[in-house]
Design a protein. Structure first.
Length: 203
């Protein structure tokens, strides 16, 4: 089966943005699913992402995907995982975005690579902040079902966004704009909520 090659710069830009955003939510899912799609020849990965389809990299990202999947279902432990990955998801999102567009920079590779890294890192940071603040707020509730529902929704969102970016780039950008707006609003509102709850608990 022949891999589907990227059609144009719009598709590559959508993939870069999707990987940046997905890194902030489920980094290891983004790494594993992208590499698996390339290894199975469902898509032809850009040169900067072809390392992800190497069997050793697939094995490592797959193992971390399982760890993250389980950890994200445990209240409080999920927030600790998010805190640690603040220092991992954002640079990873920047690197993956650059990798997606690595073959499209031309003579201005340094300039456009820097711009892409900034945008990819910003998307990862925004997604991470929205996810972390939402889960921290939900963890203040004693019932476990909302936490599990949010975690499963995140599990489903990453493959959905990656698929949409590859097959329908323009609708993906519309969905991404809504997701960014929602993440920013949630981050601001829910962090204020968590701070009030923690203040009451201290009192």
């Amino acid at each position: 089966m022949d891999a589907a090659a990227p059609q144009n710069l719009t598709q590559l830009a959508a993939l870069a943005a999707a990987l940046g955003w997905a890194s902030g939510m489920r980094l290891y899912a983004a790494l594993f699913l992208t590499g698996l799609a390339g290894w199975l020849q469902w898509i032809a990965l850009p040169p900067g992402l072809q390392l992800l389809q190497h069997p050793l990299v697939l094995g490592a990202s797959g193992a971390m995907l399982v760890v993250e999947f389980i950890t994200d279902k445990v209240p409080a432990l999920d927030s600790l995982w998010d805190a640690v990955h603040t220092f991992i998801r954002i640079p990873a999102g920047a690197a993956l975005a650059v990798g997606a567009l690595s073959g499209a920079f031309g003579g201005d590779a340094l300039v456009w690579g820097t711009v892409t890294a900034l945008l990819g890192g910003t998307l990862a940071a925004t997604a991470h902040a929205g996810k972390a603040s939402t889960r921290a707020a939900v963890n203040t509730s004693p019932e476990p079902f909302s936490n599990l529902a949010l975690s499963l929704a995140g599990d489903a969102a990453v493959p959905g966004l990656l698929w949409l970016a590859w097959t329908h780039p323009l609708p993906f950008f519309a969905v991404l704009a809504l997701a960014v707006a929602a993440a920013l609003g949630l981050s601001f509102t829910l962090w204020r909520f968590v701070r009030r709850r923690l203040g009451r608990l201290r009192q």
